[in-house]
Ligand binder design. Structure first.
Ligand SMILES: C[S@@+](CC[C@H](N)C(=O)[O-])C[C@H]1O[C@@H](n2cnc3c(N)ncnc32)[C@H](O)[C@@H]1O
Length: 267
């Protein structure tokens, strides 16, 4: 039997990625409540987890404001592109508070929401206690081989220290013929949009983030990590190198976000 359900949700590994305490090395920035955890482009998992732990309660509301509500449309498009059928078993990786997982579960998909940040998981579980939330690192997934019909990751891979290793892990846990859907910030294809978007990222977004989220440091990291992420074509190459086949992408909002689809080869 290809699905080894019993091997899925293990005990939460809270200790492994415990948030760094106030003043810990590697955490920068301040906010009204004290030091604000902030990851850097080396994406140390402890810093990344601490940063998302700190923003978990306000995360979804802040996203709505910063993206002008576009994030909802992007997630809807990602879920539609995944095209998961009722009864399929899907891993929502870097699931955060489970916003996309909830939509899948409501369509009778068996979804496992996995994330590094116990703060995000806790917030997700509070909102949707019926969903399976599992703590795990994308580069060392706590699942057996070939257990999922599909894997999806939205706005998560950019935060992982070693994306090729994570793509290899996603391949391992996906059944042969199963699907991958990556939804991630990308590069606008139209030069004027690229210029306007660049200005928004460098000037507008930090200001709005200060007003609505008080998480200046975390949202500085957001801007840096978007700028550092490969464009559509380069990311497609990364997917193929990791062993995925039938790699294709579709731009959303002029390429501000791209949906990348791929399939695990059968043989
Ligand atoms: C920007 S949030 C996206 C959350 C959700 N997918 C969404 O669309 O709202 C990024 C998430 O990736 C998670 N993450 C970062 N690095 C990770 C890793 N190595 N393994 C698993 N999750 C990770 C963070 O904890 C955070 O919840």
């Amino acid at each position: 039997m290809r699905r080894r359900r019993g091997t899925w949700p293990g005990p939460e590994r809270h200790g492994q990625y415990r948030s760094r305490a106030e003043g810990a090395e590697g955490l920068r920035g301040t906010c009204d409540d004290g030091p604000m955890p902030r990851a850097s482009l080396d994406k140390d998992p402890r810093d990344v987890a601490a940063m998302f732990d700190a923003v978990a309660a306000r995360y979804d509301r802040t996203n709505d404001v910063l993206s002008g509500g576009q994030d909802r449309a992007w997630r809807r498009a990602a879920t539609a592109a995944l095209a998961a059928a009722p009864g399929e078993i899907v891993l929502d990786l870097a699931a955060g508070t489970g916003t996309s997982s909830a939509r899948l579960a409501d369509s009778d998909v068996q979804v496992v929401a996995c994330d590094l940040s116990t703060g995000m998981l806790r917030e997700g579980r509070r909102r949707r206690p019926d969903l399976a939330f599992v703590a795990g690192d994308a580069t060392a997934l706590p699942f057996a081989d070939a257990v999922f019909d599909a894997v999806t990751i939205s706005f998560g891979l950019r935060n992982v220290a070693d994306p090729p290793a994570a793509l290899a892990e996603m391949l391992r846990v996906t059944r042969p013929g199963g699907r991958l859907l990556v939804c991630e910030f990308s590069t606008p294809t139209w030069r004027p949009l690229r210029a306007v978007y660049g200005r928004y990222l460098s000037q507008g977004l930090p200001r709005v983030a200060r007003l609505v989220a008080h998480d200046r440091a975390a949202y500085e990291y957001l801007v840096e990590s978007i700028g550092d992420w490969p464009d559509q074509v380069a990311f497609g190459r990364m997917l193929r190198t990791a062993g995925w086949s039938q790699v294709a992408y579709r731009n959303l909002t002029g390429g501000i976000v791209a949906l990348h689809r791929a399939v695990r080869p059968v043989a």
